[in-house]
Design a protein around this ligand. Structure first.
Ligand SMILES: C[S@@+](CC[C@H](N)C(=O)[O-])C[C@H]1O[C@@H](n2cnc3c(N)ncnc32)[C@H](O)[C@@H]1O
Length: 266
């Protein structure tokens, strides 16, 4: 997706705070779980400490900023659409300042500093990549008229590249949560009516039948994480069952994985 298309989509969904409620709550709960797990393991994330970096913050409709500011000492919002982030922050009654920074415009498909980890003081304790991976894969494969095999390998490159970029932004010992869209009601209209308890099984069946966004097979995303674990760069890879994100007339199946940054240099 081009920058102008993405900006248009962000404007179109800017007023959807209400529709995002269950999705936002789901992400917030996963973040809470991630942080309390870290705390139990004695890895040092106390309430009100540490820094959260959100990649793909956009309109911030999927992020409860006051709640995040209650949990973390600092929150950094990264996106290439600066106007969307600033408006999103304002809509939640917050203001950029020493505890809330807006890092935009930044192109997360081609981060200029992708080969070096950020300085220690710029690294985050927790990184949340919020619905960005699907956009990055979509942009990469739709900008080329390649054969299916080339598309698959391009998607694999983007998945791995993004998880690596997430790791790079974490301090050693930090943890990341990556949420991604698997499929929408455009090709899976039944998704709308499935009871929450049946979502995981039914979505898995749809995926087995080939009904998922190109490059976004959940197994393929998880495999990219496993590769980083095998390389010693990531640790403690976990996956979370899918949930439904209802956005007006369109519904998405969303899933997530989390991992920690290992001690091995990237
Ligand atoms: C599906 S939206 C995520 C939802 C968003 N967090 C919200 O609450 O509105 C994806 C976000 O990724 C951003 N994005 C897409 N491609 C990007 C890129 N190459 N670099 C930086 N941000 C990008 C878009 O601007 C958009 O805000």
């Amino acid at each position: 997706m081009s920058l102008s298309q993405q900006i248009a989509w962000n404007r179109q969904t800017a007023g959807n705070w209400g529709e995002f409620a269950t999705h936002r709550e789901h992400l917030a709960r996963l973040l809470d779980e991630l942080c309390s797990g870290r705390h139990e393991q004695g890895q040092g994330h106390e309430q009100g400490q540490g820094r959260l970096m959100v990649l793909g913050a956009g309109n911030c409709n999927d992020l409860d900023l006051p709640r995040a500011l209650g949990r973390f000492a600092g929150v950094q919002l990264v996106d290439w659409d600066r106007a969307a982030v600033l408006e999103g922050v304002r809509r939640q009654g917050c203001e950029p300042g020493p505890r809330l920074s807006v890092d935009a415009p930044v192109d997360l498909q081609h981060p200029v500093d992708r080969l070096q980890p950020p300085a220690t003081e710029a690294a985050a304790d927790v990184v949340l990549s919020a619905g960005l991976l699907s956009q990055l894969v979509y942009s990469a494969i739709h900008s080329s008229a390649e054969r299916p095999a080339a598309v698959a390998s391009r998607a694999a490159e983007v998945r791995l590249g993004h998880l690596h970029d997430v790791l790079r932004r974490l301090r050693p010992g930090g943890r990341a949560l990556v949420s991604f869209e698997i499929v929408s009601s455009d090709t899976l209209p039944e998704l709308v009516a499935w009871p929450p308890a049946e979502l995981a099984v039914r979505i898995a069946a749809a995926v087995r039948h080939g009904n998922f966004f190109t490059g976004m097979h959940p197994r393929a995303v998880f495999d990219a994480g496993q590769r980083l674990v095998r390389d010693g760069q990531a640790v403690d890879l976990r996956r979370y069952p899918p949930w439904r994100w209802s956005l007006g007339s369109r519904h998405y199946a969303v899933a997530a994985l989390s991992f920690g940054r290992g001690r091995k240099p990237l």
